[in-house]
Design a protein around this ligand. Structure first.
Ligand code: GLV
Length: 327
């Protein structure tokens, strides 16, 4: 007898190799770009599927999970999973997976790239040249912050925070960090990183502050008006975590008022929307959430998510699926 193939929804196009891999196992539907960013669209379709491979922009709410009466597994095409109601999923017996490790190095490279571009004013300098303003070498043009001996404060010293720390160390920076729990002493000494318990104290000592933490109740709007006031005036802020870790209105005002010297933001509170005052803020780089965007990494992310789906649907033991999020 022919066993019915499981139905899998991939919410939008991902690397073809991953889709092909899943097609060998199940009956795969691939949504149009952006279609399932709407909860309403997802609610309409979800009942048909045994598995969901979704983007971080897809709101997998309690209502969606309840409507998904056939759903056994949700695999997020991302390491951050604040778009999924994990408590509801677990109480409904639906497994949830994310994609740690495979994107760590791409994100570490990207954070370093943002820091170099921001500290050396590359965006403004290129615009200056393209606008026809370059009329000869200047001793005082576009002077930036040299990284050597500066303090990099990292909030969220998980895999990505550590990948950034390693790179910044090679540029001669001192590493300070805050994390939910302090790293063990061996890791601290390998990274040559100093733990600062109070995030405000970390803000005060950071020439560059980088957000690499997950979005949770305790990190929501962690960077607000008061926090920004504690940062040095010359400080730069980098965010490749989640937009809502920053109060965007407060940051926009701080940048306009020169409370801090600049920011590079890859993520926003209401993506794809960007706070209008950020668009006009000085020394600010705004990027469309691309920290993990390399060919290799996006394929690895897809394969890891796909494997979690296949493993769950094949009835594999939870502890043999390393990227399942445990209740
Ligand atoms: C990207 O933001 C991710 O969480 O993987």
């Amino acid at each position: 007898m022919n066993k019915k193939k499981p139905k899998i929804l991939i919410t939008e196009p991902i690397p073809e190799t991953v889709i092909k891999h899943l097609r060998e196992f199940g009956d795969v539907t691939v949504g149009e770009k952006g279609l399932f960013q709407s909860e309403e669209n997802l609610l309409e379709e979800i009942e048909k599927f045994d598995a969901l491979l979704c983007m971080l922009s897809v709101p997998v709410s309690e209502s969606v999970l309840k409507k998904g009466t056939n759903l056994k597994v949700v695999a997020n095409f991302a390491v951050g999973y604040d778009n999924i109601d994990i408590t509801a999923a677990h109480s409904l017996g639906i497994k949830v997976a994310n994609t740690p490790d495979v994107l760590t190095e791409a994100c570490g490279d990207y954070a370093m790239g943002l820091l170099l571009a921001l500290s050396r004013k590359l965006k403004e300098a290129e615009k200056y040249l393209r606008n026809g303003n370059f009329d000869g070498w200047e001793p005082l043009g576009f002077l930036g912050m040299e990284l050597r001996d500066r303090n990099l404060g990292i909030i969220g010293m998980g895999r990505i925070g550590q990948a950034f720390a390693n790179r910044a160390k090679a540029f001669g920076m001192n590493i300070l960090y805050h994390n939910r729990s302090r790293l063990d002493l061996n890791t601290e000494s390998r990274l040559d990183a100093k733990y600062i318990k109070d995030p405000i104290k970390l803000a005060e000592q950071s020439d560059v502050l980088s957000l690499n933490c997950p979005l949770t109740e305790s990190t929501f709007h962690l960077v607000d008006t008061d926090f920004l006031k504690h940062m040095p005036e010359h400080a730069l802020l980098i965010n490749i975590s989640r937009g809502a870790v920053i109060d965007e209105a407060a940051l926009a005002e701080a940048l306009h008022d020169n409370v801090i010297a600049g920011a590079a933001l890859d993520v926003f509170e209401k993506e794809p929307g960007v706070h209008p005052r950020l668009l006009s803020a000085p020394n600010t780089m705004l990027l469309p959430h691309i920290a993990s965007a390399t060919h290799r990494t996006r394929e690895d992310i897809g394969m890891l998510a796909a494997e979690a789906i296949i493993s769950v649907l094949n009835g594999k033991d939870d502890n043999e699926i390393p990227n399942l999020i445990t209740p």
